[in-house]
Design a protein around this ligand. Structure first.
Ligand code: DHB
Length: 483
């Protein structure tokens, strides 16, 4: 008896589905998509292959930002090794381009590198190009940021969107580790400023479930989001305590100079400074941080104590390194030098010399005008507070959800249950960088060291707010941890 037309149709449909599996993976990497390219790095030609514009989530909100560029040294397609690395073992350099918590498009190796700094510091080449020349595979992620809107005018990049996106990009690399050159268990994140803060969050929060609902919503791969290492230049992080930390450092400095705009603090601002400064010791003492020998790091109610000595010691070590490299430090009267050795540093005079950049509160502005207020908005509210102090002191009392504030601070996750914090860290914050308090990176490094992580932290001498200025040292660290 002949089959009914209906049954024949079902059979046909089944046959078609066998050809095209009904669960075709939208996050599968296409290994045929590579394009051959090359670039000039100094006198050298660097040959590589690229797949650009890979949307790394199945349900993108803004595919122009939720995408990554992927670059592989040409040698790996010819079964050659570069140093100790092969196509399968090469670590994956993962530099984000976020600045100011703004949206960040994925980086490319042919963008110009860092131009010479205003104070005569050297230009440096493009870090992606350098990474390729040294045998690293590069995945350069884009991420949403605070100003993005959809067609309906709703904001799409408020916190925690940027860290959720970077995690989704990491998950994509894990998801396709077998097909993609490079080793997804060796992802080395890199970023500067807000991007440094996001790098710190990536390093701190591996596989923590707080981010899971957000990752599900955008169709991120169901994979691990652990990274191997985090490089963080001047991370603008720990935002919910950054105002107090700023005034702990700069209270008493009543003039400011912010990228050409300078002025004097008003009497109410000086009062705010006093109040914020007085909050800092309780926060610091509560962290329970210790020195290497187990001594508790503390501050008294005036903000004095061995934590301050540790901050000062990092600055003194920076000056010592500069002196050892032959730099003339005699023009800094706040340094005491004896036979080329830095024997003392007048901390208050140094802070006066560095000068305050921001007015109090430095991050959670009372009038909601800071970039960070914008970061902590929602789909429909442009800016909100994220500290009790500014919420209570300002006129508009809109406050971000505590769960969102928590998710933007790596200090909450280092060593936390159910969290795989990266073992290797490199943190840099210049001695002339006033975008956040020196206390912020010192606390981050101490928390990591206390947790048993390897944190290579120092304050480059006379360095302002910038990143990627010491690529020789960055890549030496990367080579060392990758062994
Ligand atoms: C950046 C700088 C800041 O001073 C700040 O508050 C936030 C971000 C930046 O350069 O990314």
């Amino acid at each position: 008896k002949a089959a009914s037309p209906f049954i024949a149709m079902v059979a046909l449909a089944n046959a078609a589905m066998a050809d095209e599996p009904k669960d075709a993976d939208p996050l599968k990497f296409d290994a045929n998509a590579f394009t051959k390219k090359s670039l000039k790095l100094g006198d050298d030609e660097v040959a590589y292959r690229a797949v650009e514009g890979i949307v790394y989530v199945a349900k993108p909100v803004d595919p122009a930002y939720q995408q990554l560029n992927f670059y592989v040294p040409e040698a790996y397609f010819e079964d050659q090794a570069i140093g100790d690395f092969t196509k399968d073992t090469a670590p994956i350099f993962f530099p984000n381009q976020v600045g100011g918590y703004m949206p960040g498009k994925p980086g490319t190796p042919d963008q110009s590198g860092r131009p010479p700094g205003p104070s005569g510091d050297a230009a440096s080449p493009n870090p992606i190009a350098v990474a390729l020349s040294k045998g690293y595979v590069v995945a350069a992620p884009g991420a949403r940021g605070r100003t993005l809107k959809d067609q309906n005018g709703n904001f799409t990049g408020k916190a925690p969107a940027a860290i959720v996106d970077l995690k989704a990009a990491v998950r994509y690399l894990h998801h396709n580790d077998a097909e993609m050159p490079g080793d997804a268990t060796k992802i080395i994140s890199n970023g500067t400023s807000a991007g440094g803060a996001l790098s710190a969050l990536l390093g701190a929060t591996g596989d923590n479930s707080d981010y899971e609902p957000y990752l599900k919503e955008i169709g991120a791969a169901e994979e691990s989001d652990i990274v191997f290492a985090a490089s963080c230049y001047c991370p603008i992080t720990n935002l919910d305590h950054a105002d107090a930390a700023y005034e702990w450092l700069f209270h008493g400095i009543n003039s400011y100079n912010q990228r050409g705009k300078s002025g004097e603090l008003t009497a109410p601002q000086i009062e705010v400074s006093e109040k914020l400064k007085s909050q800092f010791p309780a926060y610091l003492n509560n962290l329970g941080l210790t020195k290497a020998d187990g001594t508790a790091l503390t501050l008294d109610e005036n903000g004095e104590g061995n934590f301050k000595d540790v901050v000062k010691a990092y600055v003194a070590a920076s000056a010592q390194k500069a002196a050892s490299h032959g730099e003339d430090l005699s023009k800094y009267p706040w340094l005491t030098l004896k036979d080329g050795k830095v024997t003392d540093l007048d901390f208050n005079a140094y802070i006066t010399f560095a000068n305050r950049m921001k007015t109090p509160p430095a991050f959670d502005a009372l009038d909601l005008s800071a970039p960070e207020n914008d970061l902590f908005g929602t789909a429909t509210v442009d800016h909100q507070h994220f500290t009790e102090f500014s919420k209570d002191t300002g006129e508009n009392h809109a406050m971000a959800e505590p769960a969102v504030i928590k998710m933007m601070n790596p200090m909450n996750y280092i060593g936390a249950d159910g969290t795989a914090t990266a073992h290797f860290w490199r943190i840099r914050h210049g001695t002339m960088d006033r975008d956040t308090s020196l206390a912020i990176p010192v606390m981050l490094a101490a928390k990591l060291l206390n947790n048993g992580n390897e944190a290579d932290f120092s304050m480059p001498w006379n360095q302002g707010h910038a990143g990627d200025y010491d690529l020789d040292e960055l890549f030496a660290w990367m080579a060392r941890i990758s062994k």
